[in-house]
Design a protein around this ligand. Structure first.
Ligand code: CDP
Ligand code: MG
Length: 706
């Protein structure tokens, strides 16, 4: 289709969306209220249309419209679509901003962004003075950052919406139909505008392949492929949407499905003779943007489209033409694992409400079918009713630091839509204290003020800042960048290729000098960067070129942040005597001493954080199978299967962490939060503050290089 034809069709499509009839009433409602809740079925046009209506109504005169999305892919693809509908170049009037990728300019008035990016902007300008309206979208997803923004904006609007601004800020909260009463009540009983939508019946069937005993099995990939193949050969024309768990599983499923599809003889094997081909498209978060666009285009006549997606296609993105859903019943979710004291990406059964949402994607324009690969017992026994909000199941460390930097001292009584368990808040405070980001009273330290500027996890930021104060950021910036992008090592599906890749990766690790997975990342980064033909270098070494390209860009951006901080503030300076390999490892220790483990017996290591978990080095590590000298290690993350594996590992010496380890135990979490706890009376607070002030006088200037 030509560009102008595509544009016309987008125009007429948008007039058919359920939201179109309500546009003037919606604009009035936004004008009349400082808080408005807009609900409607997914696909009714909230995300793509409402910002355009507000733009046409002239709201942008006072400032831009920000629309937040919990997922970066959604922010990018929706911005592309809206730019097309508004006939402008992406990055001009319509743009997007996601972590490490900014596609906006001075002209941008409709700005799609991730909720994390808006939260960072609040840090820089708490009154959000450049915006006329903030639209918090996909609130039903209950992402951690959106939940925090909800609380912050509630505080702002209900107390003083004009503070620091020349005109009052307006907030529109958009969500699918779930939980609208609760949300409205939270937002001071704000009006609710619901967009009536039409949905068609979806016929759901349960399968036999997955039951309550299969919660930990990985057989679901093969099963969805089999199901997709059956639908393709036996059902009438109409596109298929498969829900899987993550990039690896999706790529594997696409490969398998492709192989199977090659065997089809369209004269005999398919029931619907108008179908004569299958177009298989993956869809996951870290996919290249140009490939994402393809998902929304109609397939050529006679071709059935099959999109194999993560949960992103459940509510954030609507793909037209879907008639069949294949539901694996699983999702990859970040959960706090108290056994290892870290957040871990785990494959878990979806909730029943999630399963209904997935099924609903088949009934947007006509009746559809949903094939679940799991049986009814799985539904009854393994699937919870609702998905637990992220704020109640992941680490709060970064968010609590952000809140503290915004002057929200009492992080326990902050207006949370759903309150996290107090022990999670205390754990976050403890971590911040261990990284020297807050002091014993729970106040942000100068180091904490620096740390909050980095869009990285606090431990990594701490290590980076330590490196910068020693003048060796060149070693740590690439490592931080490499740990912030998707996995760089290619893992081919075929066993013989896998062997070849493994050998190549082992050679790369050996090349870095010492066996240390962080140093390998550094060495890969440097070798590729200095190569004449970096993309061929990647190919030869079984490295994802796309991931490395992102790492290059991330490194530049982190370097810019660091440069800015080094110029602006009283940046700590330290000296170090020793060689560079040791330097890197010692810097890592300042951020990863919370992830220290000591060899216990044989290949088993024991963590030192009080949990005393038994862990094994993951086979992907260059230190897997290392015997002898290896007594102390630090690690970047953890994978829990039948065992607890640690990945991205570095050998260290006890001497380097000896002084840090007591921090893991000495801290009394109640002391850190005591100012925030309700039991503390005003009087007690004042007394305590006086005591602390006296202490500060006796011992001024915090040493932030500690
Ligand atoms: O936000 P809500 O779920 O209410 O709907 P939306 O995301 O605004 O989607 C409205 C329509 O735009 C749907 O028919 C989508 O398929 C379409 N759309 C698209 O074609 N391309 C995109 N990148 C995003 C949306
Ligand atoms: Mg939407």
């Amino acid at each position: 289709m030509s560009k102008s034809r595509r544009r016309e069709s987008a125009d007429s499509e948008s007039k058919e969306l359920p939201i179109y009839r309500h546009r003037s009433k919606l604009v009035d409602a936004v004008r009349e209220n400082s808080f408005l809740l807009v609900t409607g079925e997914t696909g009714s046009g909230k995300t793509t249309q409402l910002p355009q209506y507000l733009h046409h109504a002239g709201f942008c005169k006072n400032g831009a419209i920000a629309i937040t999305q919990p997922r970066r892919v959604a922010a990018i693809t929706v911005a592309q679509r809206v730019a097309q509908e508004m006939h402008c170049t992406l990055g001009k009037e319509v743009g997007y901003q996601v972590r490490f990728d900014d596609y906006t300019s001075q002209d941008t008035v409709v700005k799609y962004m991730t909720d994390g990016c808006l939260l960072r902007e609040v840090l820089a300008d708490s009154s959000l003075s450049q915006y006329s309206i903030v639209v918090l979208d996909e609130v039903h997803e209950r992402s951690l950052n959106t939940d925090i923004l909800l609380g912050l904006l509630k505080k702002k609007i209900l107390s003083n919406p004009e503070k620091g601004r020349s005109f009052p800020l307006k907030v529109v909260v958009m969500s699918a139909t779930l939980e609208s009463d609760k949300l409205s009540a939270f937002l001071g009983n704000c009006p609710v505008f619901s967009i009536p939508g039409r949905t068609y019946p979806v016929d759901c069937t349960f399968g036999f392949a997955v039951g309550p005993k299969d919660v930990d099995s990985t057989g679901y990939v093969k099963e969805v492929v089999k199901m997709a193949f059956d639908v393709h050969t036996s059902e009438r024309a109409g596109d298929i949407l498969v829900f899987l768990t993550g990039q690896l599983e999706i790529e594997r499923a696409c490969d398998l499905l492709f192989e199977k599809a090659e065997t089809i003889d369209y004269r005999y094997d398919v029931q619907d003779q108008t179908v004569d081909g299958l177009l298989i498209l993956p869809l996951y978060g870290s996919m290249p943007t140009d490939q994402q666009k393809q998902i929304f285009q109609s397939p050529p006549p006679g071709i059935r489209k099959c999109v194999v997606a993560t949960n992103i296609a459940a509510t954030s993105l609507t793909i037209n033409g879907i008639k069949y859903i294949i539901d694996s019943g699983f999702v990859k979710q970040l959960n706090h694992n108290s056994r290892v004291g870290m957040d871990i990406l785990e494959v878990v059964p979806i909730s029943k409400s999630e399963a209904q949402q997935r099924a609903g994607r088949a009934g947007r324009t006509s009746a559809g079918k949903c094939f679940r690969i799991y049986n009814e017992a799985f539904w009854e026994k393994s699937m919870p009713e609702y998905t637990v909000p992220e704020i109640q199941r992941t680490s709060l460390t970064s968010v609590i630091l952000t809140l503290k930097c915004l002057g929200v001292h009492d992080v326990i009584r902050f207006p949370y839509l759903d309150r996290p368990e107090e022990r999670f808040i205390l754990e976050a405070l403890k971590q911040l204290y261990q990284f020297d980001a807050i002091d014993r009273r729970g106040n942000v330290t100068p180091l904490g003020q620096l740390m909050v500027e980095f869009p990285l996890q606090p431990g990594l930021t701490r290590a980076l800042l330590n490196a910068a104060s020693l003048g060796c950021e060149d070693l740590m910036l690439p490592v931080a960048a490499m740990l912030s992008v998707e996995n760089i090592f290619i893992r081919p599906g075929k066993p013989e290729k896998q062997k070849e890749a493994d050998e190549q990766h082992r050679a790369l690790a050996a090349k870095s000098g010492s066996l240390n997975d962080f140093a390998t990342l550094l060495s890969v980064f440097q070798s590729c960067k200095s190569s004449d033909r970096p993309s061929s270098w990647c190919k030869e070494n079984w490295i994802h070129w796309r991931a490395l390209k992102s790492a290059f860009s991330v490194e530049t951006q982190l370097r810019e942040i660091l440069l800015r901080l080094k110029q602006k503030r009283d940046f700590p300076v330290e000296t170090f005597h020793g060689n560079r390999s040791e330097l890197l490892r010692r810097c890592l220790c300042t951020g990863y001493f919370t992830n220290v483990a000591r060899r216990s017996i044989g290949k088993v290591f024991c963590t030192m954080d009080g949990n005393g978990s038994m862990v094994h080095i993951h086979p992907s590590s260059s230190l897997f199978d290392q015997e002898g000298e290896l007594n102390w290690i630090i690690f970047h993350d953890v994978l829990v299967t039948s065992r607890v594996y640690v990945r991205t590992v570095c050998p260290i010496r006890y001497d380097w962490v000896k002084d840090l380890l007591p921090k893991l135990h000495e801290v009394n979490v109640y002391e850190l939060s005591s100012v925030a706890r309700e039991e503390v009376t005003e009087d007690e607070m004042k007394k305590w503050e006086a005591k602390e002030a006296a202490k500060r006088q006796a011992d001024p200037a915090e040493d932030i290089t500690k």
